[in-house]
Design a protein around this ligand. Structure first.
Ligand code: MG
Length: 328
């Protein structure tokens, strides 16, 4: 399980955060001095809808709706919610209100709220918004790194170095993404040795967690097996996360295979927000509801309230026409 320091707090504070239940059982009548336990979970679900999802939706969503979306996701007791991105607002106008969103949400003690940071400038903005967890992103291929951020893989690490050093000094939680780890839209197949090398470099940089992303949704049981087996040889398995897209309809199959291999952290986006930028109209991010539904069916506990995730999706639904079509 992802390392996670639970800060003790009064019952009243937990109630204000929506954390009034333990394992789905009502705690009504519990004294306000009762120490409410964190949810029991076998797997950590990392919610990426507010960032990775909304970044790839074309519709314009009011800042107040984004804030309400994150707050509603918090009420579902997700352990990690990636809130927004401090990339150049000109490059990603959908998230140009990152500061307002990050400073507008209510943060709960049982949840981490990382923000995406591409470089020192983005990190400075994240600091101004009182972030205490960040996500850095590089690539498994040179072609994708160049296309995505205009740098070589080495170049992305040069940008990360001062950011990661400062983040470590401040005791931030740091996540490192490896994009296109299971297939690249520009260079096709990816060499597993490159993935392992990039993951090792992220860990050496001070990342608490390394997330291998199936950015174009082409991962298979075979590639998941090979990649996880190679990576877990040098990265502690509890610091390894997977981010599947459902473009080929195999995300849940891949999750099950990865579970068998020991992975205990998976990304997903509420409502399957985001689509696939490389295959217009196709599913992109695995939906949080689908992921949790499958895990719970397997008897794997997530500690997340599924009905609360659905309620969170309803917050953004009026602003994302695609959601209505997908779920109708
Ligand atoms: Mg994604």
């Amino acid at each position: 399980m992802t390392p996670h320091t639970e800060r003790s707090s009064s019952g009243g504070e937990r109630r204000a955060s929506g954390f009034t239940q333990t394992d789905g059982e009502s705690r009504e009548g519990a004294s306000s001095n009762t120490l409410l336990l964190p949810p029991r979970r076998d797997v950590s679900v990392v919610e990426v809808g507010p960032r990775d999802g909304l970044q790839n939706e074309t519709s314009s969503i009011p800042t107040s709706v984004k804030i309400a979306f994150v707050n509603a996701l918090t009420a579902s007791r997700l352990p990690v919610i990636e809130v927004t991105s401090f990339v150049n607002p000109k490059a990603v106008p959908q998230l140009s209100d990152a500061t307002e969103v990050m400073t507008g949400i209510r943060r709960a003690n049982g949840t981490r709220y990382p923000v995406l940071v591409p470089n020192q400038r983005g990190f400075d903005r994240a600091l101004e918004a009182n972030a205490d967890a960040i996500a850095l992103f590089t690539s498994a291929t040179e072609a994708f790194a160049q296309a995505n951020v205009g740098a070589s893989i080495d170049g992305t690490f040069e940008r990360f170095q001062p950011v990661a050093a400062e983040a470590r000094r401040r005791n931030f939680w740091v996540r490192g993404y490896v994009s296109v780890a299971f297939g690249c839209p520009y260079s096709g197949a990816v060499d597993v040795r490159t993935i392992v090398s990039v993951a090792e470099r992220l860990l050496a940089l001070g990342c608490d967690e390394v997330c291998l992303a199936d950015t174009i949704g082409t991962a298979t049981i075979k590639s998941v097996t090979e990649t996880v087996q190679a990576t877990r040889a040098s990265i502690p398995i509890d610091q390894l996360a997977l981010h599947f897209h459902d473009t080929s309809g195999s995300a849940l199959t891949n999750v099950e295979r990865a579970l068998d291999l020991g992975i205990r952290t998976f990304d997903s986006a509420a409502g399957g927000l985001g689509g696939c930028p490389f295959a217009p109209g196709a599913p992109g991010n695995l939906g949080t509801e689908q992921l949790i539904g499958r895990l719970e069916a397997l008897g794997v506990r997530t500690g997340v309230h599924l009905d609360a995730v659905a309620a969170a999706v309803d917050v953004v639904r009026p602003h994302v026409p695609r959601l209505g079509r997908l779920t109708a």
